[in-house]
Design a protein around this ligand. Structure first.
Ligand code: HSE
Length: 296
């Protein structure tokens, strides 16, 4: 095989209290094509500043080959990204996953998904976007002795996810720098309890329980000040009866509901309470993880 295209789903991390642990794959995708050549690196389909050797898909591709003790001569990468950059929807994880899987497929699938998770987690630093990007669906992860352990959790089929994506970006680095390094025992207990009940509510399709459980004391309160309109939108979503959280490190805000008309209800009110332009994007859960969609 000479060329392969990998499709990777968008992912929302944390889901409220599951900081660096919970994640879910969503129906928005980045496709990346890899073709090994005789020499050089050519990356197309992305802004100029991302087309050098520090491109995450390339870095990940090289890391997988290095782990196999294999060399690379040249590589062409084409990126067709529908996951918006720096918005808290797993765009960086998608490139890491695509690069890792692309290298593995073109070199004969020598590594398992766990092997690819190990390599990409060492680069990303936390597995909460990587796990659903590889496995699909709802996932929870822990890191033990430096290695990620990731499992799928059941998810009720009726959930709708409504992403509210603003016209500004927020880097994960900046959003992580806003967090304290230590927390009280009360906050730790709060998040453990709420996290467990979020997973049960998502499994059972219990919207009332999800609304109550999807609260957090580890990251959201520290990050809300970095996101204009956060408080107004949270209040609005809660009056509409949906569960609400920050998607990953933000700035995308996420509503989880079984109300198929939530977007219509919010659309009527959103413009009057916000300064920025927020795109409403209805999404479903993607139960399939990263996969090959074309090869030759
Ligand atoms: N768990 C991560 C965070 C997700 O909230 O910082 C973003 O990479």
């Amino acid at each position: 095989m000479k060329r392969v295209t990998i499709r990777v789903p968008a992912t929302t991390a944390n889901l409220g209290p599951g900081f660096d642990a919970f994640g879910c794959a969503l129906s928005l995708y980045t496709d990346v094509t890899f073709e090994e050549t005789e020499w050089g690196l050519e990356i197309t389909g992305c802004p100029e500043e991302f087309s050098g050797p520090d491109n995450l898909a390339y870095v990940s591709y090289c890391a997988v080959l290095a782990s196999m003790n294999e060399d690379i001569k040249g590589l062409k990468i084409h990126i067709d990204a529908h996951i918006p950059i720096c918005r808290g929807l797993g765009s960086s994880a998608a490139l890491l996953v695509a690069g890792a899987m692309g290298a593995n497929v073109l070199r004969g699938n020598k590594l398992s998904i766990q092997g690819l998770l190990n390599i990409t987690n060492a680069m990303e630093g936390h597995p909460d976007n990587l796990a659903p990007a590889f496995l699909g669906g709802l996932t929870a992860s822990m890191v033990d002795n430096g290695l990620p352990v990731c499992v799928n959790f059941p998810l009720h089929p009726d959930w709708e996810f409504l992403a509210l994506i603003p016209d500004f970006t927020l880097s994960t680095e900046k959003a992580r720098a806003a967090l304290p390094t230590e927390y009280s025992r009360a906050d730790a207990v709060y998040n453990i309890a709420h996290g467990a009940l979020v997973l049960k509510a998502l499994e059972k399709g219990d919207e009332k329980l999800l609304r109550n459980a999807m609260q957090d004391r580890i990251h959201q309160n520290y990050r809300r000040k970095l996101i204009p309109d956060y408080d107004q939108i949270e209040a609005l979503v809660r009056t509409c009866g949906a569960a609400f959280c920050l998607s990953g490190a933000g700035p995308t805000l996420l509503c989880i509901t079984q109300d198929e008309k939530l977007d219509e209800k919010l659309a009527k009110k959103l413009d009057s309470v916000t300064e920025h332009n927020w795109q409403m994007l209805p999404l479903h859960v993607e139960f399939q993880g990263a996969r090959v969609i074309a090869s030759e």
